[in-house]
Design a protein around this ligand. Structure first.
Ligand SMILES: Cc1ncc(COP(=O)(O)O)c(C=O)c1O
Length: 442
């Protein structure tokens, strides 16, 4: 426990947040953690075990953030900890090749539609590197992405749509020069006509199209049936690469990621795939992979440069490898059942409270939009009632359930969400739904 408030007069999370704000912008190291979207003070977490996180004031919460996806097995899984502790005892980084990297790469290649992978340390690096590789491979420079899809804070992808459908993007944030987004096209999600128009106009310049395999970063907005297959096909017919971003969905939506649910049925295969989150087992590890002929264009085998001091770090790859080996069908079945139970309870509680809502899923991932029509793209996602969500969030937090502090995020479960944890969620929902309904439309 921190000892900065011996009198205990100020909640320790508040005291830590004040200190944090003095030395870190907004007091956090990633914006969504700050509670700006819901108001209030983020809880500073002291420890976590299974489905539970405990803050520095000693309050415990059922965790529905799960570190934004990685903790598929819950926190502090004993076998992951044992493997990591043993790895740490052998040294933490060598800057030379190691066995866990090879084994994790083999495990990924076994499950996902990739022939080779390269490890990096974050999802941002994975998407940035995949795009560079696609450009190097095709000799073209234009990139297509979809509004509301998040691929990390890569300059070229922090872009907002230009004035017309096939016009180039503008920077999505100060600090990104116009020159970084002038080769990016931002299209509406689930819109085949927009994709066809962009390829018709710029087809011979398009290096790649990148899409979340099933978007989870505007809340969960699944691709309409056949949409990913259409994207793969249109890319192929124009000589562009199809990059499926599975940083969130990979080894989470199903044992094989979203591709295992959708690609197998609809017959699409991406040229490149990006991974992160679950495959790092709670450590900073990510990867990109794909067709061997494309991956072999990477340095040192090919001319496209890419590197990283801590890439394939032995602790991170040990955590990821242990996690993936433990991620059996039973794990996914447990999470799927837990998700169904929670979704049914949400539906009942929200309906009884008169709270307009949509529950949307992609495999075992789901999220809730507080709006009265299904959400297929970013414009529709933006109709969710953020004020009502803030009321829902705080009522759930007060009842010991830590939801994502933003209306535009996926709710994550783990195999450690047992009956007790699920019951705590179910018990909290009715009153929270009433609190949100009182705000909705007000
Ligand atoms: C689909 C997707 N791609 C890329 C990223 C970026 O990953 P990171 O935060 O590890 O840079 C994220 C992060 O949430 C993501 O969800």
């Amino acid at each position: 426990m921190p000892t900065y408030d011996p009198e205990g007069t100020v909640p320790q999370s508040e005291a830590l947040f004040a200190r944090a704000k003095a030395v870190t912008p907004g007091g956090v190291n990633s914006p969504v953690r700050a509670f700006n979207a819901v108001g209030g003070t983020p809880r500073f977490i002291r420890e976590a075990k299974g489905a539970w996180i405990t803050d520095v004031d000693g309050n415990s919460y059922v965790d529905l953030i799960c570190s934004w996806g990685p903790m598929l097995l819950g926190h502090a899984h004993p076998e992951v900890l044992a493997a990591v502790n043993a790895a740490v005892a052998r040294g933490t980084s060598y800057g030379t090749p190691t066995q866990p990297e090879v084994e994790l790469a083999e495990e990924i290649v076994k499950r996902a539609p990739v022939e080779e992978v390269r490890f990096v340390s974050s999802g941002t690096e994975a998407t940035m590197s995949a795009i560079r590789l696609a450009r190097g491979f095709t000799g073209r420079d234009v990139v297509i992405k979809f509004a509301g899809n998040y691929h990390g804070h890569v300059d070229a992808l922090l872009a907002a749509a230009g004035s017309g459908l096939a016009t180039f993007a503008v920077p999505g944030t100060p600090g990104v020069p116009a020159s970084s987004t002038e080769l990016t096209l931002v299209l509406p999600y689930n819109d085949r006509e927009a994709v066809a128009a962009a390829f018709a106009e710029h087809g011979d310049r398009i290096a790649c199209l990148i899409t979340e395999a099933a978007p989870g970063n505007m809340g969960v907005v699944p691709p309409e049936p056949g949409f990913n297959a259409f994207l793969a096909q249109v890319c192929q017919s124009h000589g562009a690469l199809f990059i499926s971003d599975e940083v969130m969905t990979g080894f989470r939506a199903s044992a094989q990621g979203y591709w295992g649910l959708d690609g197998k049925n609809e017959g699409w295969t991406p040229d490149l795939v990006t991974f992160g989150k679950v495959m790092g087992g709670g450590f900073p590890a990510a990867a990109f992979g794909g067709r061997a002929d494309v991956m072999r264009r990477l340095s040192p085998e090919g001319p496209v440069y890419q590197a990283g001091t801590l890439s394939g770090n032995p602790i991170a790859t040990t955590a990821g490898l242990t996690t993936l080996r433990l991620a059996t069908d039973d794990v996914y079945a447990h999470i799927a059942t837990a998700a169904e139970t929670v979704k049914s309870a949400i539906s009942v509680a929200f309906t009884e409270a008169g709270l307009a809502h949509q529950i949307q899923s992609a495999g075992t991932m789901f999220s809730v939009f507080l709006t009265d029509a299904p959400v297929r793209n970013f414009v529709e996602a933006s109709t969710t009632d953020s004020a009502a969500y803030a009321a829902l969030f705080h009522a759930m937090l007060d009842a010991g359930v830590y939801l994502p502090p933003s209306a535009y995020e996926c709710w994550f479960l783990s195999s450690a969400h047992d009956d007790r944890a699920i019951q705590q969620i179910l018990d909290a929902l009715p009153a929270a739904a009433r609190a949100a309904a009182a705000v909705q439309g007000a």
